[in-house]
Design a protein. Structure first.
Length: 257
DNA sequence: ATGGTTGTTGGACAA
């Protein structure tokens, strides 16, 4: 089972990029973030014509997530529990071939000092609680997406410059570790403990891509039952270098059948 | 230190 995650920064703007990449990469499941369109504006016909079943949670202008699969997806959940009126489209979860899979778009949280940062932390608390309930099922669980979390100093080109940023400050990293400490592994770092300069995002500004000034913020968290089947996790940098690219690139996970 | 870019949308806001 090959599962990819990709923050596409507008699915309509990026449709040719995504279609072209899918034809080459051939994942079984694609998790999308930052659709930037309402559910009804998602290019459903294009994906269905290409053989994809689409679970879409959209929102006007911002956010938006989707789970695309070649096989049937069942028991779809369109929000993270515990929201209490949270209308931001940041979570979709479904079962594909016995694996519980989520596409999530964790809040950015900047600037710290505004209500955006406590919203991020509260969202992470909700994710932690839900991740714990998923663990109790004792099934393979894959939580993939744009976490907006830089796990460690090896995951950012200039750690000092990012020390107070919402993606890297201690409180954010500690909360991320709390989720791992429930019993999840972060697939890429588990397989590549010493790899450096492995980024999944490069800002559009200041030539970040050309200078390889990137961040690793797109992750897969795996329950023990999924971790036992983990065979590969790689970042595919190729789409970031294409014309009209998203500022994120795709990360691909492989689980044994 | 500042500004640098992109997307949605038609002026900011988000990233």
């Amino acid at each position: 089972m090959r599962i990819a995650t990709w923050n596409v920064n507008s699915v309509r703007k990026r449709l040719p990029n995504v279609m072209g990449w899918l034809a080459d990469a051939k994942p079984d499941v694609l998790l999308l973030q930052e659709l930037k369109c309402e559910t009804g504006s998602f290019p459903l016909a294009d994906f269905e014509a290409a053989g994809w079943r689409c679970q879409v949670v959209g929102q006007k202008s911002y956010n938006g997530v989707a789970l695309l699969s070649r096989e049937e997806a069942t028991d779809v959940v369109d929000r993270l529990p515990g929201g209490d009126g949270d209308e931001q489209a940041r979570y979709v979860e479904a079962t594909v071939r016995g694996i519980r899979i989520a596409s999530l778009y964790l809040p950015n949280g900047n600037p710290v000092g505004t209500d955006k940062y406590p919203y991020k932390l509260a969202w992470m608390d909700r994710l932690k609680a839900h991740a714990a309930s998923l663990l109790a099922r004792e099934i393979p669980v894959v939580l993939g997406g744009d976490y907006n979390v830089i796990p460690g100093p090896e995951d950012v080109y200039d750690p000092a410059a990012w020390s107070t940023d919402a993606l890297f400050r201690q409180e954010t990293r500690a909360k991320f570790r709390e989720i791992l400490n429930l019993g999840y592994i972060e697939a890429f770092r588990a397989l590549h403990p010493t790899r450096r300069h492995a980024y999944s995002f490069w800002d559009y500004q200041a030539g970040s891509w050309q200078r390889d000034r990137g961040l690793r913020i797109d992750h897969f968290l795996l329950s023990p039952q999924a971790a036992d089947r983990l065979t590969a996790c790689e970042i595919d940098k190729s789409p970031r270098g294409e014309p009209e690219a998203s500022d994120h690139t795709a990360v691909i996970l492989e689980l044994a059948d």
